[in-house]
Design a protein around this ligand. Sequence first.
Ligand code: ATP
Ligand code: ZN
Length: 635
Amino acid sequence: MAKNLILWVIIAVVLIAVFNNFDMSTNAEQVSYSRFVQQVEQDQVRSVTYTGLNIRGELRDGSSFATTRPEYSDPNVLIGEMIDHGVDVSVQPPEQPSIWTQLFLAAFPILIILGVFMFFMRQMQGGAGGGKGGPMSFGKSKARLLSEDQINTTFKDVAGVDEAKEDVQELVDFLRDPGKYQRLGGKIPRGVLMVGQPGTGKTLLAKAIAGEAKVPFFSISGSDFVEMFVGVGASRVRDMFEQAKKQAPCIIFIDEIDAVGRSRGAGIGGGNDEREQTLNQLLVEMDGFEVNDGIIVIAATNRPDVLDPALKRPGRFDREVVVGLPDVRGREQILKVHMRKVPVGDDVDASVIARGTPGFSGADLANLINEAALFAARLNRRVVTAEEIDKAKDKITMGAERKNKVMSEEDKLNTAYHESGHAIVAYLAKESDPIHKVTIIPRGQALGFVQQLPEADQVGYSRQYLLTRITIAYGGRIAEEMTVGWDGATTGASQDISYATGLARQMVTKWGFSKEAGPVLYEKENQSYLGSSGGTSDFSPETMTKIDAEVRKILTDCYDHAKSILEENRDKLETMTKALMEYETIFPEQIEDIMAGREPGKPKGWEDRDAAKAPESEPAEDSASDSKDDSPTQH
Ligand SMILES: Nc1ncnc2c1ncn2[C@@H]1O[C@H](COP(=O)(O)OP(=O)(O)OP(=O)(O)O)[C@@H](O)[C@H]1O
Ligand SMILES: [Zn+2]
C-alpha cells in the first residue's frame, strides 16, 4: 500500500515533467538570440509572440522558430526595432503552471512524508524481526510471509523423520494443484497438528512442505496472538486468514499452538478471556474457509495433551503428524545434512557420532556440528576433526538444562529391556492391537496416547481388551526385574503402573467389569474438580474396601499373566533387547523374526549400510534419565 503510493508519486512527477517539456517544444527551431536579432534586421521575420522571456515566431519563408531573450535587455527597444521592420508583434502574459501542477507541487512533500511513515508502520507490523508493532498494529496479524521463491527448504533438508515426511506428502500433492487433487477424489486436509519435542524439526518440515509445493508460507507463533488487550488476538487471527486467502494455495504455520489452544476454562478462575476469544476466532476461521480455498493450517506443539479438544474435531486439526526424536539411523542422516555445510576431516564418521548421541534432537545435532566448527575455527583448523566434535558434544551435554540429553549406555539397556517386555507381552496377549514399532527413543506422544485411552469412553472396549492393556503395561517393569533385577528396576515404570491402576479402577467403578462390585457406577460424573478422578468418597468404607480389593485383584492377575508370558519367552526378550541396542527402532518384520526364534533382519533403511559397520558405541555418559518412554509400545 505504502509502496504503491510512492510509485504513484514517481509516476506523477515523470508525467508532469514530460508534459511541461512537450509544451515548450512545439516543433519550432531553436535559434540563438543574436541570430534572431539578425533575422529581424534582415527583414526575414514575419510575426513574433512574446511570452515572458520566451519568444516564438514565424519567418517569412513559413518556418517557425523559438528563442529566449536575455532578462536584462529592454524589450521595448527590440519591439520598436521589430515594428520598424514590419514584424507583427503580439505579447502574452507569462505562462503559469496549471492549477493541478501547482496543487501537486504543494502536496508533494506531504505525500512523501506520508509514504515514508506508512512504509515504516508496515515494516513494524510485518515484523521482519517480529518486534512489537506499536499501537497502530493492534489487530494486524504478525504473521511473517515467505513467498514461494524465498523458500529454499525442501524434504532433502529434513532428515531422519521419514514417517512424518510420508505423512505430509499428500499435503504437498494437494497444494501443488488443489483442484486436480480434489477431482481425483483425495480427501482434502485442512488442519494438521505436528507433534514433537522441541528441536525435532517441526518448523523445518512445515517449511519444506511449502518449499516442495512451491507455495507461500505464513508463519506465526501462538504467543504472538496473545496480547494484554481483549479482542486483539481475535482480530489478529482474522487478519491473518484474510491475508492468507489472498495468497492461496498457501500454508499457515502456527508454532506453539498451545499458547492459544489450551483447553478453555482450564485453570482456576475460569481462565483467560482474551486467550479464549482468540481460540474461538481460530476455530471460527478454520470452520469458515472452504477446503478448496487451498489453505492448509499446520500447527506445532509439544504438548498435544493440553490442547482444547475442540481444536482436534473433524475439519479442524484432525490430522496428527508425529515428528519424533531421531533414532540412530535418523541421527546419522541429520548429521550428514549438516556436515555438508562445513568441511569435515577424514576421521569424522557420522555413524559413529550418531551412536554416541542417543536422545539428541535434530536441533541438538545441528548445534553439535556448529559448535564443532566454531572450536575448529578458534584453533585455526581448516577442517573439523573428531576432536572438536567430542568437545562440542561435551559442551552440549553439560549445558545446564540439558542434563538428560544423552542416554547413558545403562539407561539405554534398561529401556531396551523395558520396551522389549511391553512388546513381547503385546505380541502374545489376547485381543492386542498389532505392533507398529518398538523404539527406545523417548516419545512423549505415545505416552499421551496411552493416558487418553481410559477417558475415551465413547468408544467401546471389551473387558479382555482392557485386561490386555493392563497386562502389557506391566510387561516393561517385569522385564526389568527379570534382567537387571529388583534393585536395578527403574522409575521408568511409574507411568505404566499409574496407567494400569487407573484403568483397573475404572473397570470396577465405572464400567461394571467386576462381578464382586457389581454393575454399579461408583463414580459421580462431573464432580471432579480440576480433573481429578477421585470420587468414591461418598461410599461406605466397606464398599471402598471392596472396590480396592477388586482393583487389586485385576492388577495382580494381569501382573502374573505378564510375568508368565515373559518367563516363557526369556530368550526372545534377550534377542529383542539386543536388536534394540543395535537399531534403537525395530518394526513388525524384525518382531516377527524374533518371535519366531530367528535372528532379526536389519530394519528398513539399514540394508543399504552394508559391511562398513560402525564401531561399538562410546563410553557411557553419566545421566540418570528419569523420563523414559513408559508407553506400551503399540499404536
Ligand atoms: N530432522 C531434521 N533434519 C535436519 N535438521 C534438523 C532436523 N530437525 C531439526 N533440525 C535442525 O534444527 C533446527 C531447528 O529445528 P526446528 O526449529 O524445525 O525445530 P522445531 O521442532 O520446530 O523446534 P521448536 O519446537 O523448538 O520450535 C533446524 O533449523 C535444523 O537446522
Ligand atoms: Zn513402560
